[in-house]
Design a protein around this ligand. Structure first.
Ligand SMILES: [Zn+2]
Length: 476
């Protein structure tokens, strides 16, 4: 498996940055052209090589104003992006297929056609693909892809700053970038120009990393994604509890900062209205810039990532098998968030947790099983009925037990693995039905003639305990 590493430029001068930014912008136009011409149905089955040959033949490439290698790599990258967006749509189409038919043979036929990109000839598939696809557009104009044989790294002084030389706009004119690391980037590079800094993204093999040496644990553990912590496991342990404070501090900071920015912006707007454009410009450049703000944002992101990965490593220390909710599927629980929480960041942490679970499991050799998480935070594990949620507490209405909601959720997640009725794709309405049917079945097994009476009695706190004891006796 590959892991992305990022090196940053250090004290790069503005002239070089501008040169690279100009190149990236021209390449952005190449990207847009690829998306415009091949981003839809027309691009299915067209390789980047075909596009390159055509654009060299018909003279399209002459207008790009960049070196041949640069635009060719960009075409390749854009075609890969288009393919990735198409694959993402296929996930939704597969769900639609499962809902449309339960006939295994028909399902298989449709899945195969999807996989082989033959969906365009099937009326149903092509309709659903179009429905979910929409029209993609390129938004990237700050990236340069550099092939491994097109750049070199060197350190002029022994053990000193490492430099990276990449092609400029003209032949044989290299742009030399000082880096903030002594580890030389390898393979294909993706230069991203952001906030007057060059980010050098490259992939390394995960197996060469130190962490791959650490073996995983032996237990089977369920985990639940929280908001004040990264994960709670089925043993009741919270991991990455500093996440909540981190997000809260960030959110509080942003509230104050954005308020101040709004005030300054209104002064600039007033100046512009009164005809003092020089003042308005001055304020916009000096007081309302985004460089520092974005840098701060990236720092916070890096800290959230580090907390998240540490938490997942802690779980894997004990676990051979991790059972988790499929975090990429559900983004609905954002409603639960308080007013002060930075919603965008909270949603984003879900993606990071999903990534960390995947990557750490793979690197350390534990198994990750994704399960359907519908109602896992509402079922009381003691009696397996839908309990009442109050804040972070879950009350069982049968036996009166009180659970920590995240802990209960983690136990339920663990039990979902191997559940014969609730699969990853069972709709949540059906999940609720199944939980209620099971609870009713347990209720009717009790020695009470009238089951509705049992239901009423079960809700009575003291009788509920007696019923629970009776139930325990009745079960083998
Ligand atoms: Zn209970």
């Amino acid at each position: 498996m590959k892991v992305t590493r990022i090196a940053y430029s250090k004290n790069l001068n503005t002239c070089k940055y501008d040169q690279l930014a100009e190149q990236a912008e021209r390449l952005g136009r190449v990207r847009s052209l690829v998306w415009r011409r091949y981003g839809s149905l027309a691009g299915v089955g067209v390789s980047d090589r075909t596009i390159r040959d055509e654009w060299m033949r018909d003279g399209t490439a002459d207008a790009f104003g960049v070196l041949a290698n640069a635009w060719k790599e960009t075409v390749r990258d854009a075609v890969a992006d288009i393919k990735a967006s198409r694959e993402a749509v296929k996930v939704k189409v597969r769900q639609a297929v499962r809902q449309r038919t339960s006939d295994k043979v028909e399902q298989k036929r449709l899945f195969t056609a999807l996989q082989r990109d033959q969906w365009a000839t099937d009326p149903y598939l092509s309709r659903v693909m179009r429905q979910h696809w929409g029209r993609g557009r390129n938004h990237i104009a700050n990236q340069i892809i550099v092939r491994s044989d097109q750049y070199r790294t060197y350190a002029p002084d022994e053990g000193g700053v490492l430099w990276l030389a990449v092609p400029g706009l003209e032949r044989r004119s290299m742009v030399k970038i000082p880096l903030n690391t002594k580890v030389a980037p390898t393979g294909t590079l993706r230069l991203i120009l952001r906030d007057n800094r060059v980010e050098v993204h490259y992939a390394v093999d995960a197996s060469t990393l130190r962490s791959s040496q650490r073996p995983c644990g032996t237990a089977k553990i369920g985990v639940d994604k929280g908001y004040s912590e990264v994960l709670t496991d089925s043993e009741g342990t919270h991991h990455g509890t500093e996440l909540g404070d981190l997000l809260k501090a960030d959110s509080d900071f942003l509230t104050i900062k954005n308020g101040r920015r709004a005030k300054i912006r209104s002064i600039a707007e007033k100046a512009a209205k009164d005809g003092d454009y020089a003042k308005a410009d001055r304020i916009t450049t000096n007081n309302l810039g985004t460089t520092k703000r974005n840098r701060r944002h990236h720092t916070i992101e890096a800290r959230v990532r580090s907390v998240t990965f540490t938490a997942v490593h802690q779980v894997v220390n004990a676990a051979k098998s991790v059972v988790a909710e499929d975090l990429t599927r559900s983004f609905t629980s954002l409603k639960k968030l308080g007013k002060n929480t930075n919603r965008r960041l909270a949603a984003w942490t879900k993606g990071v947790t999903a990534e960390a679970l995947n990557s750490v499991s793979e690197r350390r050799g534990s198994a990750l099983t994704l399960v359907n998480a519908a109602y896992t935070s509402q079922v009381a594990p003691c009696c397996r009925i839908l309990g009442t949620r109050k804040g972070d507490r879950l009350h069982c209405t049968w036996c009166g037990a009180v659970w920590q909601a995240d802990h209960a959720a983690a136990i339920n997640v663990l039990e979902r693995d191997g559940d014969p009725d609730i699969t990853l794709y069972t709709p949540h309405t059906r999940v609720k039905q199944i939980i209620q049917e099971r609870a009713d079945r347990r209720r009717t097994r009790l020695p009470v003639q009238d089951s509705s009476l049992a239901g009423r009695r079960a809700n009575h706190p003291i009788r509920a305990v007696l019923l629970k004891e009776q139930e325990a006796e009745n079960q083998p």
